[in-house]
Ligand binder design. Sequence first.
Ligand SMILES: [Zn+2]
Length: 593
Amino acid sequence: MTKDEMIWDLSPLVESTSPALIQKKLESMVAEAEKIRDTYHGKIGGFGAKSLLKLLEMKDVFTLKFDEVTMYCLLMYSADSTDDVAKQLNEAARRTSMRAAEALAFINIELGKLLAENPSLVTDPVLVEYKHYLERILRRAPHMLSETEERLIIVKDKNGIKAWQMLQSDWLSTRTFDIEIEGETKTLPYGEIIGLYESPDHDLRERSNQVVYENLGKDEIIWATAIRTVCEDHLQMSKLRKYPTPMTQSLIANDVDKQTINSLMRTIEKNVDLYQRYLRLKAKLMGVDKLANYDLVAPLPDAPEMNYGWMEARKEVVDAYMDFDEKIGKWVDEMFEKRHIDGKVRKGKESGAFCADWLAGKSAYILQSFNGKMGDVYTLAHEQGHAVHAYLGSRAQKPSNYEIGSCIAETGSTFGELLLTEQLLSKVKTKKEKQAILAKILDEFGMATFQVSARVLFEQSMYEAMERGEFLDGEAVAKLWVAARDKIYGDSVDWLDVMKWEWTMKPHYYMANYRFYNYPYVLAQLFVFTLYQLYKEQGDSFVPKLKRLLAAGSSKSPRELGAELGFDITDENFWEKGMKQAEELIDILEKTL
Ligand SMILES: [Zn+2]
């Protein structure tokens, strides 16, 4: 093999890798979008089913035609932002995509009006393939304001509500914190000091938490004013847009309903004991009486170094999927074979990991920085799960039906992590290895399901307080945060006093039009644990069910997907299965003590 196995090959995405030809194709994307606008603008309101079908199909053809070239530029840049050609192409791709999106923005607005006036179009047999896509637009339609008002909101938001988000982010990223490390005082930016939270050194973890939150608390007046204003703006806008509750906008965006979220959250509140049981077990493994907040995501002491080469990692991940289904295993292996994964560590590479769906190629590309740690193998398995989702979804669905919302997006990926867990557990050599693997998956489960639920409860309580007319200053917001947090953790964790300022640093709370963003994470995590439990119960007969679910893309709502598995997800029994899956893992961990 002459090519580096760990560097991806992006060439299948473009006919030619010549930057000039790529730029030309990007420009032709804008020209084509403008042509569509010139042809259809102002006309959609008079469409019947057949002409609507033609428009939607054309929109999908447009997506498939230009998706690859844009993807090529963005991926090239994320792999190496220091490369001059990548910089230039990335900029060109961003600029032209924005212009194309602007040119096509009228479609959804006109479509919303058309459907609001002719709702029967949604169930017209001619449009059957687009049924759920249209249902979602129809659900949003009554809350749209006039075109002039919508445009005014965009202009006013730019220097209004969006400025708070910018302030929060700029403020946080320009703070520095002094901390003593190995006898030397270091001044670290926020992005760096938070890395110490996961340090194996107990004292360093404590001091880094203390210094960060103590300092954030000093600026409480800024955080409180920002969060209050963002929430009040949302309350006002919800009323103007005639949403019955502050949560409705988010429910529509996530394609779910209130009953589902209520049953999910009831299940969480009923199972806080289970989480607290895990935390007490972890305390034992850490050799302390009770966990401190800075131990929650800490590694276990003397966790064994488990190192993997690239080919070893490939084998672990492929085998884990192969064990579930041979065809899926082959696809996962093909991602390596065709070099669709960039695992190499290099300067200028985007941090973290992602999987980019390649719809036209019915495949995907994965980026990660592989350092050979167990966590890297998990990341690889996670992103491969997204790739499997893309393989199945892009074969079965048109692009309009493959806009996966956050409640479903992690189905393939988290399921893959559980497959890997089982695979790794089956061949551990020592008790310590077993504990490290279980703690890794249970820490993640605990954070995504329970810790995030504290944020759900907190956000809810803020709107309730506002609607009661309470004024929320920093201390009042902190009180709501602590109350929500304690509902989840009870007395299983000791919190530093300054942790009452934990809400100040979450950028999402300050993002405009992004309220109630937390429950989708909870839903996504517990959904997959439930699916895994069903797999354990049903064995091989579950395999085609999961494949169908992934192949459905966004053509069905989570509730419909649950129904196809034979479950009503508004019923707590469905979610309890996910808790049962977690409990089984906790039981295995307990037996190692
Ligand atoms: Zn993911």
